[in-house]
Design a protein around this ligand. Structure first.
Ligand SMILES: [Zn+2]
Length: 424
């Protein structure tokens, strides 16, 4: 890819000037970023993966090899070979640019031989003083895995694909150099290990809110907001007020959710009363419940409005059946004659007769069966084309003891529906 602007031209120039990784960094990586193992067979016979020597050890976990002195983990296996690999990175400052160089370290343990290591550079994430990011990298290889690379290709300017972001979230060699702008903006001392360093560096140079957080030493908040930059826009004012009152949420994700919920409920997200709750989880759940309830209400009003639009059609096609009442000694079954009646029936009986818009079904007449005191028993759907009941359901769609009786009663009166339709 050709450089398209001044920054990319500078990156290309500096990219050519970088030298190979230092021996010490590689040594550090071998020691720290991959798992070290001892092959163990028959419970106690161990072979050190690092030096290839044999020793005896019972029990689980980490041991120190008596030959090379390395800490290794015993693995019960009959295999004679094992491969481990991991990414790690180094930080360098060059020509006023910050670069994070990402390497893939692979090690091969084979029984009886010392460890074999292979360290290859994959990509370089470049950040300038404005926080702009560019990448120089090896070409990605075609294949099933996103992080497979064409080792024959050179490290040159490429599109900043997600895979480069992903692999650069890796162990960092502790002996690093930083451009002065990063140190000035608060990146000092131990590097944060809870967030993506390249994203952090970019944010630190381009967003003074991250700089403020960093300088306050609130690393938890830094990590959260670097990974969720949009939340910073919604919650920054609230954050500042909460911080002034020395309020530190245990969980920033939940706290930001709560702020958004408060905003949805029309509450003042600058009010300490709301944004500094003692029991964050309880408050979060309380507001979530309110937002859900409001949403439910909104949807049901919308549904009713939609239903109202179809009301004329409903009266036109169904009014000929209004007034049909079927009774025996204990039960009275009557046609639902308004949209409100459908809604009430659906709510009381906890089924979907209103939600699923049965009032708009051309072929059906819906009836409500109740006892003589007016207590609802079942809701009945009568099909005009089939001339019979096609379903009858009680509360929560369950059948009641009156079920068969209700169905028979309506079916016995089928002629009344057909007659009503014929005369309409
Ligand atoms: Zn050893």
């Amino acid at each position: 890819m050709k450089p398209r602007n001044k920054f990319e031209k500078a990156v290309v120039a500096s990219n050519a000037r970088l030298t190979a990784i230092s021996h010490k960094a590689e040594e550090w990586a071998v020691k720290n970023v991959v798992k070290h193992i001892a092959f163990r067979t028959s419970g106690h016979k161990c072979t050190c993966g690092d030096c290839g020597e044999k020793f005896e050890h019972k029990g689980k976990g980490i041991v120190r090899c008596p030959h090379c002195g390395h800490k290794i983990e015993t693995v019960d296996t009959l295999k004679r070979k094992r491969k481990e690999a991991n990414y790690f990175s180094t930080l360098e400052a060059i020509d006023g640019l910050q670069v994070q160089r990402v390497f893939l370290l692979s090690v091969i343990y084979s029984k009886g031989n010392p460890i074999k290591t292979d360290c290859r550079e994959v990509c370089r994430m470049w950040v300038n003083v404005q926080g702009k990011v560019a990448v120089t990298a090896r070409k990605r290889a075609m294949g099933y895995y996103v992080d497979s690379f064409n080792w024959g290709s050179s490290i040159e300017l490429r599109n900043l694909y997600d895979v480069y972001w992903c692999i650069s979230d890796a162990y960092i060699y502790p002996r690093h150099s930083l451009i002065p702008e990063l140190r000035r903006n608060g990146l000092k001392g131990r590097l944060p290990d809870n967030c993506h360093l390249c994203r952090l560096m970019s944010a630190l140079l381009s967003d003074n809110r991250i700089e403020t957080l960093m300088k306050c030493g609130n690393r938890k908040a830094v990590a959260y907001f670097v990974n969720h930059p949009r939340e910073l826009d919604t919650c920054w004012a609230s954050y500042k007020i909460a911080a002034r009152h020395r309020y530190v949420p245990k969980d920033y994700g939940m706290w930001c959710d709560t702020i958004r919920l408060l905003e949805k409920c029309g509450k003042d997200i600058r009010s300490v009363k709301y944004i500094c709750p003692k029991d964050l989880k309880a408050e979060h759940d309380r507001w979530l419940h309110k937002v859900n309830a409001a949403e439910e209400m909104r949807r049901s009003i919308e549904k009713l409005q939609r239903a109202k639009q179809r009301e004329d059609e409903f009266y036109k096609s169904k009014s000929c059946f209004f007034g049909i009442v079927i009774t025996d000694n204990d039960i009275e079954i009557s046609v639902l004659d308004s949209l409100e009646a459908y809604k009430a029936e659906g709510e009381k009986m906890k089924h979907c007769v209103f939600q699923c818009e049965y009032y708009a079904k051309r072929d059906s007449v819906i009836l409500s069966a109740h006892d003589l005191q007016g207590n609802r028993i079942e809701t009945v759907e009568f099909s005009l084309s089939q001339g019979k009941v096609i379903q009858s359901r009680g509360v929560c769609n369950r059948n009641t003891e009156y079920h068969d009786r209700i169905v028979k009663l309506v079916n016995d009166n089928a002629h009344r529906f057909l007659k009503a339709r014929a005369t309409a």
